[in-house]
Design a protein around this ligand. Sequence first.
Ligand code: PLP
Length: 455
Amino acid sequence: LTNDQLSQWDRENFFHPSTHLAQHARGESPSRIVTGGDGVFIEDRDGNRLLDGFAGLYCVNVGYGRTEIQDAIAAQARELAYYHAYVGHGTEASITLSKMVLDRAPSNMSKVYFGLGGSDANETNIKLVWYYNNILGRPEKKKIISRWRGYHGSGLMTGSLTGLAGFHKKFDLPLSQVKHTTAPDYFRRDDLNQTEAQFVAHCVSELEALIEREGADTIAAFIGEPVLGTGGLVPPPAGYWEAIQKVLKRHDILMIADEVVTGFGRLGTMFGSDHYGIEADIITIAKGLTSAYAPLSGSIISDKVWKVLEQGTDENGPIGHGWTYSAHPIGAAAGVANLNLIDSMDLVDNAGKMGAYFNKAMADAVGGHAHVGDVRGEGLLCAVEFVEDKSDRTFYDSSKKIGPQLAAALLKRNVIARAMPQGDIIGFAPPLCLSKTEADSIVLSMADSIKEVLG
Ligand code: PLP
């Protein structure tokens, strides 16, 4: 098929995720036909070789073209592509993976429930939390607190948990059981005179006020990403998680750590919870579980939650929750090979060391620019935030599209970055196998792109 033919069929037939409908109507949605990849690079049909500074959607953590995972998938497909995992059935891959996940998870974790993607895993989590409170005889304790700018998926419940207006507008969301609290973004604090500690105290008092308003006996859980991801790649201010968890414990509110991005090494620790001392009751995993070689997600459930769920014996039958593709054998085989590769390539360690190098190199190279307000990151997450005026941190008018212009300038230099949906923020989340030379090349391209777009 020619590129022209594919482009025509694409426009005529394919409703892509996150389609910009106005651009589509204007005929402005060209397709890149991606054909291959190795390490941190992808290739397209036009012969371009691009350094993928965002690892797909921060998910191809081991890098592209890993034969170990490809071979495991092929072997599983030949042996048995599918059988369901409903109770009483399993495959060697799914059972092995459940043990490998628990071996790597924080020590208070007890079981893993497999799904397909991060959104459905978070749907599972909320249903389990509700089930948990029903067993405990407190069916009114059901509300979930999330943060503005948190990202937890785009279903009806998970789109509600997500604290970004675009996921609510025109969908009648958020659902009434979801309440949002302040995003822990110190750079974007309202009161520029606040110290980091004062800002943490402010986040805590906002949370306490929300709990007070709603009533602790109506709130089941708090969900948060260890590092705010899609909402702007924002590491929390020092002491944030410790302070938030104290409040949650006091009010008997469960903590769901959404580790879809941070799970399996991105911050230089196996989980973001290890990094920040988060004692989660449930952990969401997806992306890095298989490095996206096949769809698979999971809800890791703590002893505390499992001990209650276990009492949910219902004479009418099994728990009313399960997907046809839960623990899909091909996803599970990819997961086993992927976790082995993360170990054998020492990628958790590389993410920590290379992340520190990359973040420093980025800050050194672009931090002094008149329109760079903030350079921040943790592990192999890095964000550069742009401001019209550095002194008062004024946002650029969104019509100027500074973020998208910078992402386009980077693309001209064969580097893929993400213009984050929240303001003018360029995000990087490269594969965890990033080398120093590749890190340098991203930084150089970023400095050149800033010069081109902003002078
Ligand atoms: N949670 C977080 C933190 C995410 O970043 C994402 C996706 O980016 C999701 C959940 C949703 O995952 P999925 O797109 O696989 O449904």
